[in-house]
Design a binder for this molecule. Structure first.
Ligand code: FAD
Length: 367
């Protein structure tokens, strides 16, 4: 008889929701995480009373009322609305592209004037099949928006010239002809009051958790702890990279505490020129309307996917998709449950990963 029903490797949202639901159904769970804290990428570190999003800005948004109600059972969410700014060579523009952006770019005050300018700028780029990302973007939004607000940012993000990037990376570039700076279209949006750790603590209350332990360093020991393994780490690592390594884009975060109450007046400012080496500056207190005397900012630098770098964004090209299929086929013949962004090699927003974990537990334990 093993001491636990489930060993859950990874305490991110997938692992935490799975553990919560399993425990609700009288299953004994043990959660382990190799990091020295729980919560995976939504973890916040308290600095000067400010919840610092240690692994990048996390803004919760969903259209699914059931998911919104679910997370609000553990912590109340505030009414934060994501309305990022773009800084291009010192000039500020509103994002997503909307009438405020067009007013700043061209001085236009009516949707019709903005539409006419965009039509005149995109006309000559209406080729049948854009050969690369640059051609694709120019055909969708025209020169001004592309050169000021897209090109530099995208090239920094991917570490490659836009003419060397495939067109499919940008499928659509939404243009809004209203004065609306709300980045997301979802009905529900916000940040947990007191930070994401409250959500994770609520989910993992009463669950046995161990941090600072890497499953692979003593796999045999951990496998003996439970009847079933739920694995939320990297699927290629689970199978010893036997088919090769899945690729990820990574980021480097540079956190800084400043002795001033307000640095940039907004939670997120994107730097869209090519010269500034970082892509974004976050000012964390604004996620929770903080009034502290100091402030904490984070500069976000894009990083090549390389050994040792945190895997953040799956690179969904043909090579990686084929590779993932091979691992998925192996997983299909395994007793282990694979879930979450690393095990499914999939970009999941928070609401989606919660929905995926709830769907899995529902199939196992009923609602
Ligand atoms: P993770 O949170 O990564 O958890 C996996 C856990 O497994 C980690 O804690 C890891 O340490 C642990 N682990 C891995 N291997 C092992 C091992 N061998 N042994 C022990 N433990 C192990 N979503 C939104 O909805 N809104 C946003 O604004 C948003 N912003 C984002 C910004 C960035 C930079 C990134 C990268 C993601 C963002 N997301 C956002 C997505 C969000 O982070 C994910 O949906 C969510 O964190 C996925 O949860 P998870 O449990 O699948 O993975």
């Amino acid at each position: 008889q093993k001491p636990f029903d489930y060993l859950i490797v990874g305490s991110g949202l997938y692992g935490a929701v799975f553990a919560h639901e399993a425990q609700k159904h009288q299953k004994k769970c043990l959660v382990i995480d190799k990091r020295d804290h729980l919560g995976g990428n939504v973890y916040c570190e308290a600095v000067e009373g400010i919840n610092v999003h240690k692994y990048g800005a996390h803004i919760f948004h969903t259209n699914d009322k059931a998911i919104w109600d679910y997370v609000n059972r553990f912590v109340t969410f505030n009414r934060y609305t994501n309305s990022p700014l773009a800084n291009y060579k010192g000039d500020l523009y509103n994002l997503p592209f909307n009438m405020n952006t067009f007013y700043k770019l061209w001085g236009v005050t009516s949707p019709q004037e903005a539409q006419e300018i965009i039509a005149s700028q995109t006309k000559k780029y209406q080729v049948k099949t854009p050969k690369n990302l640059e051609e694709q973007a120019l055909s969708l939004v025209g020169e001004d928006i592309y050169y000021k607000l897209i090109k530099g940012y995208t090239e920094k993000q991917w570490g490659r010239k836009a003419v060397d990037l495939p067109a499919f990376i940008i499928k659509r570039l939404p243009l809004r002809f209203t004065f609306d700076n709300n980045y997301f279209n979802d009905t529900y949006q916000g940040i947990p009051i007191g930070g994401y750790n409250k959500l994770i603590e609520g989910l993992l209350k009463d669950v046995v958790c161990k941090t600072g332990v890497d499953y692979f360093l003593d796999k045999t020991h951990w496998d003996q702890m439970a009847d079933t393994i739920v694995f939320t780490g990297k699927i290629d690592e689970f199978y010893g990279y036997c088919h090769g390594k899945l690729e990820y884009r990574s980021l480097r975060f540079e956190h800084e505490t400043l002795d001033q109450p307000n640095y940039q007046g907004n939670a997120v400012v994107n730097y869209t020129d090519a010269e500034t080496p970082y892509t974004r500056v976050l000012e964390h207190k604004h996620f929770e309307f903080g009034k502290q005397n100091k402030t904490v900012i984070t500069r976000e630098y894009p990083l090549e996917a390389a050994a040792g770098n945190e895997p953040y964004y799956p690179i969904n090209n043909a090579k990686n998709s084929d590779l993932y299929k091979k691992y998925k086929a192996m997983a299909a013949n395994d007793e282990v449950i694979f879930g979450g962004r690393l095990a499914e090699y999939k970009y999941y927003d928070m609401h989606q990963v919660i929905a995926a974990a709830l769907s899995k537990t529902k199939s196992l334990f009923g609602s």
